[in-house]
Design a protein around this ligand. Structure first.
Ligand SMILES: *Cc1c(COP(=O)(O)O)cnc(C)c1O
Length: 317
């Protein structure tokens, strides 16, 4: 993977909306393995991998993980081994899983409660064979992932300066919270006045928000930024109202919204992340009577999941 996002900006453009100015930033266009926020984060982990003497990639994620697909693709592009520990409960036949197999990664499926121990044992086993494994946390969580979205925030600011526009809101799907943590660190560092709202795709507010706050604190501490907890807390909007029936499961209007988005704008949105977040954003806008504002929505990727959805026949109904 020779992605250098310093020289690459994902496109941002306005789509038709009668109430607000809604812009979409196409993170799904990052030019590697169907892109998405996991591709942006992966670049930072791979730089770290390259700076040491590592020879095996080990990571964690479910059969629908975009992160695992991308790491597996990076490994195949370099001809190195990739081991994926996967919770057996979440084992579905998905395009992401097919790609992981296609890229030749070794998938170890274990019950979710054994995941941690399996990772530890695997790393030890590899080391005892004289190998040097590099572990990437599930979803590309951690300071390197946060850094990727601090840099994305800078990219958004560059766009604003160039186009003489200010986004009042930034919305996106929040899962492990790394994307959100990076964006909020950016807002905090530049002291910008706007609302950054993560639409939860699974976690409840208390748990999800705490993890985002932890990630923000970890990052700011690492670079010795002064920490004002009150300000950070107020900047962190973790919205769990639109989770629906949980991870990968439907909320109320997701299907209609996904279908209409593809029909009218030619933009694929999956139902686990991007479609759920977009639908949540529309509800949020309505419930809070937001009008005449500049709103940025991050399309965080997940295109193979869109095809799972489409193949299920939901798209036709
Ligand atoms: C992982 C993922 C997210 C959530 O990102 P986090 O940084 O884990 O919060 C959103 N959208 C897509 C398509 C993803 O794959």
């Amino acid at each position: 993977m020779e992605l250098k996002l310093e020289n690459y900006e994902t496109p941002v453009y306005e789509i038709e909306n009668s109430i607000n100015h809604i812009y979409i930033k196409r993170e799904d266009f990052i030019p590697f393995s169907f892109g998405g926020n996991k591709a942006r984060k992966a670049e930072y982990f791979i730089k770290d991998f390259d700076s040491g003497n590592y020879d095996v990639l080990v990571t964690y994620g479910s059969s629908s993980s975009n992160h695992c697909r991308i790491i597996a693709n990076i490994a195949s592009s370099r001809g190195i081994r990739c081991i994926i520990i996967s919770p057996s409960e979440e084992s579905k036949n998905t395009f992401n899983k097919e790609f992981m197999r296609f890229f030749g990664s070794e998938i170890i499926a274990v019950p979710v409660q054994n995941v941690h121990e399996t990772i530890e044992n695997k790393l030890q086993e590899l080391r005892s064979k004289g190998l040097s494994p590099y572990f990437i946390p599930g979803g590309g969580h951690g300071n390197l992932g946060t850094q990727a979205y601090v840099d994305c925030y800078k990219e958004i600011k560059k766009f604003e300066e160039r186009k003489k526009i200010v986004f009042d809101y930034i919305f996106f799907a929040t899962g492990t919270g790394t994307t959100q943590a990076g964006l909020i660190c950016g807002q905090y560092i530049y002291n910008d006045d706007r609302k950054i709202i993560g639409i939860s795709i699974a976690r409840n507010k208390q748990y999800g928000k705490n993890i985002v706050l932890e990630s923000i604190n970890d990052y700011l501490k690492l670079y010795n930024y002064p920490i004002n907890e009150d300000v950070i807390n107020k900047m962190t909007h973790f919205e769990d109202k639109y989770v629906g029936h949980g991870y990968g499961k439907d909320g109320s209007r997701i299907k209609e919204i996904i279908n209409e988005m593809m029909m009218k704008n030619g933009i694929p949105m999956d139902q686990t992340y991007v479609g759920k977040a977009y639908s949540g954003m529309l509800q949020y806008i309505q419930e809070n009577n937001i009008s005449g504002k500049n709103i940025l929505f991050l399309h965080t990727g997940g295109t193979p999941l869109f095809f799972d959805y489409f193949l299920d026949g939901i798209g036709y109904k």
